[in-house]
Design a protein around this ligand. Structure first.
Ligand code: SF4
Length: 678
């Protein structure tokens, strides 16, 4: 039987999957499975948009499993979120175990920083937590937590630890890190105690490897060292591929990164190594101090918050840049000198070797630190001193710390060279890839090529019956002083009528905080919880609270626009404060739009359309869901491009109404019984 027929039969009402709990025949799913199977068979490339509810995971996993079983080939499935990776490996792939006579082995391989490095952990454990009268309570607590966990974990995967935001910097000291890994010279490598090595060797034995976008690129760059060779690739959540590639192929540097490398070496005081390390610290302080000074000078009033400045040719000519340039050159020189010194140091002279996790490997430690310092020097050189062709460099202020960044302007060519050309078959898929019915934008951004076939599958949900989109009249423009108060008043009214069950999506923390402050007392009076991202807990914490008690209004920013699943009656209304346009003055956006005939139409608008479709998609997650999406940006009605957004959304019923009528309108629709199909 042909592969596409076999995949269609497996998903059909008489197929083996029909015996699984919750099975539902979906025409669109079968169509997608056939297309993926044909791409595998014919060694083609494919781009598939599959709306919510198509069941796209099974639509690509079924043909992949059948193909791997027939050909003994290996496939990689790369997703953006860990949640989806875990769902594929823990739920979807096991459900396919009876599809083939012999099971097709599958493995989950996360990014290496998800796994603890036992060598780095030993070093961290040996580090004193009391200095003078100062006791590092956070470090002691973290050590106790990890010590307990290490007695239980089989995977060494941080997801079992449930780290708090405060513990993240501590985890960075013990996570597996390419720049601080002794590789086969490490005692934990040969013994297979290393969790990262164990995860990679499970992947090497698997026919289907589930991983993330970034690792796909890390694997490609280091030719087989991370991922074993494979001939079929499916990239899910592919609307994130450009951003993931940008991050993976770019570099960034914080003062903390330099400190992490310098802290690794327990130098004997008074030795040349100790002096060189001190000089590196001083050079780092000067560099990050001067970059912060330039950021504050350039950002002006915005300096209190976060901000970015692009290191354009004009800024590099500005006298204010001279100080930073000098500091950058100085830092590069000092770091390279230190790296050379570490490389020349014999028998670890100048090091307190007894404080190293593997004292007999002190020379390797020195060499590794030298490589890391050379890498840091290269980043400083590229960002500050000698910008590279095809890259954009910027400084960023975040939590009052300055950071250096560099990113490729286009990733299409590296993706083609590093990934697609090495695979026989590539499928890119997501619920949101097309803009105004065309895949031209995503094709161009990720370089999948003209020859790739296309398939667009609408959601099987009955949006006309299940969803209402509401456009309130006369919401003041986003930059009007009255805007936030109007949004808070409307959200308060909706929440009272729906008893919470409302998600409000913002594009930034400023308006989120203001609306939170305006809503707090009103919702308290009605005993409705109010949860603001970053104000009342982390994303994960407030999402869990919402799922447990939907008598809640949840205010979220960027990371809530996608990747969250709140099915059923818990979510009855999504309010979208503002169209999610990228900031055109952002250095990366500016570099990417420079030279375009119409930067807005060719880049900013398509990106925002995809993002809005993601936000809208939070509402209807199943056939029984019902609710309203309130689109508050008045530009949807006023600007020509408003129609581009509205046409891109699922075909829900639409109402335009005065502001004061919105809460009743939303409640009438969201709380009504769904119409029975005729
Ligand atoms: S092999 Fe590398 S990641 Fe694993 S424990 Fe050793 S240093 Fe850490």
């Amino acid at each position: 039987m042909r592969l596409d027929d076999a995949a269609a039969a497996a998903l059909g009402p008489d197929g083996p999957l029909a015996r699984n709990d919750g099975y539902e025949y979906r025409e669109e799913q079968v169509q997608m499975a056939r297309a993926v199977a044909q791409a595998l068979d014919r060694r083609r490339r494919l781009v598939v948009e599959a709306g919510t509810g198509v069941g796209k995971s099974l639509a690509y996993l079924v043909p992949l499993v059948l193909w791997a079983n027939r050909t003994q080939g290996r496939a990689v499935v790369a997703t953006h979120t860990v949640n989806l990776q875990e769902q594929l490996v823990d739920h979807d792939l096991p459900a396919l175990s009876h599809l083939t006579r012999a099971p097709v082995p599958a493995a989950l391989l996360k990014g290496r920083n998800h796994y603890i490095s036992l060598r780095r952990w030993e070093r961290f454990l040996a580090r004193p937590d009391v200095q003078g009268r100062t006791v590092d309570v956070d470090a002691i607590r973290f050590k106790l937590k990890v010590l307990t966990w290490l007695t239980q974990t089989a995977s060494g995967d941080r997801s079992e630890l449930r780290l708090s935001a405060e513990e993240e910097p501590l985890w960075r000291r013990v996570a597996s890190d390419r720049e601080d890994c002794l590789g086969s010279a490490c005692a934990n490598w040969g013994s297979r105690r290393c969790h990262m090595v164990a995860a990679r060797s499970r992947a090497a034995d698997a026919a289907i490897i589930v991983t993330n976008h970034a690792l796909l690129l890390a694997g490609a760059e280091r030719q087989g060292q991370v991922l074993p060779s494979y001939s079929a690739l499916v990239v899910d959540e592919a609307h994130h591929l450009e951003a993931a590639a940008t991050q993976q192929l770019g570099s960034s540097l914080r003062g903390f990164d330099l400190a992490l490398v310098l802290d690794r070496l327990p130098a004997q005081p008074g030795t040349s190594v100790a002096d060189a390390i001190d000089r590196c610290r001083d050079a780092g302080h000067r560099l990050f101090g001067d970059s912060k000074g330039l950021l504050i000078e350039q950002l002006g009033g915005e300096a209190a918050g976060n901000g970015r400045i692009g290191l354009s040719a004009a800024l590099r000519d500005d006298p204010g840049f001279t100080l930073l340039l000098k500091a950058g050159r100085h830092a590069v020189g000092v770091l390279l000198e230190t790296a050379a010194l570490l490389e020349q140091t014999v028998e670890a002279q100048g090091l307190q070797t007894d404080l190293l996790p593997q004292p007999q490997r002190a020379d390797d430690e020195l060499e590794l630190s030298a490589v890391a310092l050379r890498g840091i020097a290269a980043t400083i050189d590229h960002v500050v001193c000698r910008p590279r062709e095809g890259f954009v460099a910027w400084l960023e202020l975040r939590a009052e710390q300055s950071e250096l960044h560099e990113a490729p302007i286009r990733v299409a060519e590296p993706l083609r060279q590093l990934i697609y050309e090495h695979c026989d078959s590539v499928t890119l898929t997501s619920a949101t890839l097309a803009v105004a019915g065309s895949f031209a934008f995503i094709r161009d951004r990720v370089g999948i090529g003209e020859a790739a076939e296309e398939l667009a599958l609408a959601s099987p949900f009955d949006f006309l019956n299940q969803a209402l989109r509401v456009l309130p009249d006369s919401v003041p423009p986003y930059d009007d002083a009255a805007h936030d108060a109007v949004i808070a008043e409307m959200v308060g009214g909706i929440a009272e009528r729906l008893d919470g069950h409302t998600l409000v999506l913002f594009t930034g923390y400023g308006p989120l905080r203001r609306v939170h402050a305006l809503l707090q007392q009103r919702l308290e009076r009605h005993r409705i919880s109010l949860l603001g991202q970053g104000l009342d807990g982390t994303r994960r914490q407030i999402l869990r609270s919402f799922l447990e008690d939907p008598r809640t209004v949840l205010l979220g920013t960027n990371s809530f626009w996608e990747g969250i699943d709140i099915p059923g009656e818990r979510l009855r209304c999504v309010v979208i404060d503002k169209l999610p346009f990228a900031v055109p003055t952002d250095p990366l956006i500016r570099a990417r739009t420079e030279g375009l005939r119409d930067p807005f139409a060719q880049y900013i608008l398509p990106m925002a359309v995809i993002r809005l479709r993601q936000g809208f998609g939070r509402l209807i997650r199943g056939r029984a869901d019902r609710g309203a999406v309130v689109l508050c940006d008045e530009r949807l009605s006023r600007r020509d491009y408003g129609d581009v957004f509205l046409r891109a959304l699922p075909p829900a019923a639409e109402e335009r109404a005065p502001l004061e009528d919105i809460p009743d309108l939303v409640a009438r629709f969201a709380l009504a019984e769904p119409r029975k199909p005729l």
